[in-house]
Design a protein around this ligand. Structure first.
Ligand code: UDP
Length: 235
């Protein structure tokens, strides 16, 4: 049976050392990691964040921009990142289709789940941009939602860290990495995997969430082949 996976990349990850914008070297790296999955016969969907450009909460921090408008700005940021990822994938010979939760016919298709499934079956990488299309949500929730809709067998959250810790490893030297944790554990205060909305949705749909270091070359493919040594899994 073909394995179907959704990989979530944060917007920040695209920024590289600059901390802002889009680093094409990182785009190229991501595209190659995705290609390894496609070449192995897997069906791959991607959700990308927008934090390298703008986040609703920060945009609205001083009250000039309303939260809802800030969130729409954030959703537009994910479309910018989605276009960039689509280009990087096509640059190395993959077929890719961008679907946006906010209609933008000139830039990408509208999100239609049946169409997305069809693209995946044909070996195309589908990039879901625009988040959920609603303010007050995150792209992590969009990733969980889309993964559930396309019936992906897992959601991989590609991050800068190699898994989930029992407390913030940047603050505590004795923080311990957790290899496996339950959805209930993931919902506890000290553990930061994804926001509670995403976790609750994943639990409801029995969708496993794998948190891994995206910069470890070959890690996505290893995970899909069952090697969970360089990640944490919430199930
Ligand atoms: N956003 C939203 N609804 C969604 C997804 C995203 O309003 O369904 C907005 C929100 O303002 C968020 C921004 O888009 O801050 C960028 O997404 P996110 O912060 O999740 O990106 P990441 O942290 O993954 O880069």
């Amino acid at each position: 049976m073909t394995k179907r996976v959704l990989v979530k990349f944060s917007g920040e990850a695209l920024a590289g050392k600059e901390g802002y914008g889009i680093d094409t070297k990182i785009l190229k790296f991501i595209a190659n990691e995705i290609k390894a999955l496609v070449d192995a016969g897997m069906e791959v969907a991607i959700v990308v964040g927008g934090g390298n450009i703008i986040r609703g909460v920060s945009a609205a921090a001083d009250g000039i921009i309303k939260r809802t408008s800030g969130d729409y700005m954030g959703m537009l940021a994910t479309v910018i990142n989605g276009v960039a990822i689509q280009e990087a994938l096509e640059h190395i010979g993959l077929e890719a289709r961008l679907q946006s939760a906010i209609d933008m016919h000139e830039i990408g298709e509208a999100f239609i789940v049946r169409r997305a499934r069809r693209h995946l079956e044909k070996g195309r990488v589908v990039i879901f941009a625009g988040g959920t299309g609603n303010p007050y949500f995150t792209t992590d929730t969009a990733a969980t939602l889309r993964a559930s809709e396309i019936e992906a067998e897992m959601l991989i959250k590609a991050t800068k860290v190699d898994g989930v810790y029992d407390r913030d490893p940047n603050k505590f030297d004795d923080a311990v990495k957790l290899d496996t944790l339950s959805y209930e554990q993931a919902l506890t205060k000290d553990i930061k995997v994804m926001d509670d909305t995403s976790i609750a949705l994943a639990r409801e749909n029995s969708l496993p969430i794998v948190v891994c270091n995206m910069f470890e070359e070959g890690n996505l493919l290893a995970i899909m082949k069952g090697d969970m040594s360089l990640c944490s899994i919430v199930k």
